[in-house]
Design a protein around this ligand. Structure first.
Ligand code: SAJ
Length: 467
């Protein structure tokens, strides 16, 4: 397969890494297409000047952009779709959001893009869609559109595959090169052609399958993680009720080795961490894409309570954390209307500036709805324009409660004792088990109240009842 001219549509967390990794091989000239919209159009000039849109959190990408744009000159960005006409391969990486109310995919933009591409592509082109899709989308929705608007037959004149991404913030390039890539072809020939495109950059190997299986694998991969996080969240609330520590329970569960003779082997269990909730652009969305595909293209209905309940459990965690805060304030006879609360962390993920679907947004909304007097959010990574402060001292001054909502490593290094004289009341509610056991002991000895999500108050022994 010829790979001289590659077009990558969508210059975001997925499009930019795949574009620069392909451009780095110098086997291809890559043009990134970015809509010149108000929100993201600035990326065109920024990328063409060799600058990364996320320099702080993705240093490797910044180097690769500079190298491929300025030195090798194998990567450039434009807003014009006309480059598709000469493309040997088109990689689609646009977002596939869901409607927050109906939980159904908002495919309008994707359909319009497929129609536009269909009208422009030449014979022999390979189209790879990396965006996460509901199972059945490639085969039943996008392929017919592509054939209708191009007049070509997929598998003979043109080739179409779903080759989903496995990017993770902070490891965008590493994952592309080192993780196995699943290639979901519309036909066997399509899968083979797509494999030729990805083979030179995929050192983790390629797994070829059909497009629907690939769509299921991707959405299941994230539904699986979402359910496991929900399990940890549910166990954490059980431990609160039973007066025990979920983190101790998790350590004991996970120290159950496959092979007792060498406990370093993979544990038999891998219980995840409870917390403030589940944010990001993958887990809150992908389980719903999976369910939509089943509902729309499944041959018969299937009960999917587990997946839906997991979503509900994870979405309930901001409320649970708010209750822990309000109960603790009440125990200290602090009136909600005059209290000052500081939330540490707004990003959905540790050491990240990414606030997509952050559960802390819900925590803020709940506390404001409950009439909290003053609410301030601190985050060392997130842009202050998102309503967060970088000035911690002024934030904690006269505060009654500090709530740790995101476990940025900077908070792990804090000596919270230094806030002793600044705070009005010394309450800390730790949503992410960020404060070490040792520091927690020091704080308790210095008139702090420290409440950790998932750690219950030991219950006094019940009087034995012999009735
Ligand atoms: N979270 C927990 N407890 C955990 C793990 C995560 O509450 O034990 C929360 C996080 O705080 C965050 C949310 O879940 O709010 C999502 O965290 P994540 O670690 O899953 O990170 P994401 O959203 O960036 O997920 C991506 C996914 N990657 C792709 O879809 C390509 C996911 O499949 C990966 O497993 C994940 O990165 C990863 O492991 O880093």
């Amino acid at each position: 397969m010829k790979r001289n001219n590659i077009i990558v549509i969508g210059m975001g967390y997925v499009g930019i890494p795949i574009a620069v990794v392909l451009a780095e091989t110098e086997k291809s000239t890559v043009i990134g297409i970015q809509r010149n919209s108000k929100r993201s159009g600035w990326k065109i000039a920024s990328l063409n000047s060799g600058k990364s849109p996320f320099p702080d959190t993705e240093p490797v990408i910044a180097e690769l952009i500079a190298e491929t744009v300025l030195k090798k000159k194998t990567f450039s960005v434009d807003s014009e779709m006309k480059h598709v006409e000469k493309a040997d391969a088109v990689i689609i990486t646009v977002q596939t959001p869901i409607d927050p109310a109906t939980k159904q995919p908002l495919y309008q933009n994707l359909f319009a893009l497929i129609q536009q591409i269909g009208k422009m592509i030449k014979q022999g082109v390979l189209i790879s869609i990396e965006s996460t899709l509901a199972p059945g989308t490639t085969k039943h929705l996008l392929a017919p559109l592509l054939e209708q608007y191009s007049g070509f037959i997929i598998g003979e004149d043109i080739f179409f595959a779903h080759c989903y991404e496995r990017v993770m913030p902070g490891k965008l390039v590493k994952n592309i090169k080192e993780y196995p890539r699943v290639i979901g072809g519309y036909s066997e020939e399509c899968a083979k052609r797509a494999a030729l495109l990805y083979e030179p950059i995929s050192f983790g190997g390629l797994s070829l399958t059909d497009c629907t299986t690939a769509e299921i694998a991707k959405t299941v991969e994230n539904a699986y993680r979402d359910i496991n996080i929900a399990f940890a969240n549910e166990v954490s609330t059980m431990c609160e009720s039973l007066g025990t520590d979920v983190y101790t329970v998790r350590e004991l569960v996970n120290n159950f080795p496959f092979d007792p003779s060498s406990s370093q082997t993979n544990p038999y269990r891998n219980m995840l961490f409870p917390g403030t909730g589940v944010g990001g652009h993958c887990l809150p969305k992908d389980p719903w894409l999976l369910l939509y595909g089943l509902q729309k293209f499944g041959a018969f209905p299937v009960e999917t309570d587990l997946i839906k309940t997991a979503r509900k459990t994870n979405d309930s965690m901001p409320n649970h954390l708010a209750e822990l805060i309000l109960q603790t304030l009440q125990e200290k006879q602090i009136t909600i209307e005059t209290t000052k609360i500081v939330i540490l962390g707004y990003a959905y993920l540790r050491n990240s500036d990414d606030t997509r679907n952050t559960p802390v947004k819900h925590l803020k909304e709940i506390l404001n709805e409950r009439g909290v007097g003053t609410l301030i959010v601190h985050d060392p990574y997130v842009d202050p324009d998102e309503g967060v402060t970088r000035n911690l001292e002024s934030a904690v001054t006269d505060a009654d409660c500090i709530c740790i909502a995101t476990n940025h490593s900077v908070y792990e290094e804090f000596n919270f004792l230094s806030f002793q004289t600044m705070m009005r009341t010394r309450i800390i509610v730790d949503g992410r088990n960020t404060i070490s056991k040792k520091h927690k002991k020091e704080l308790l000895l210095n008139d702090f109240t420290v409440v950790t999500l998932g750690v219950g108050k030991p219950k006094p022994p019940d009087q034995p009842s012999f009735t």
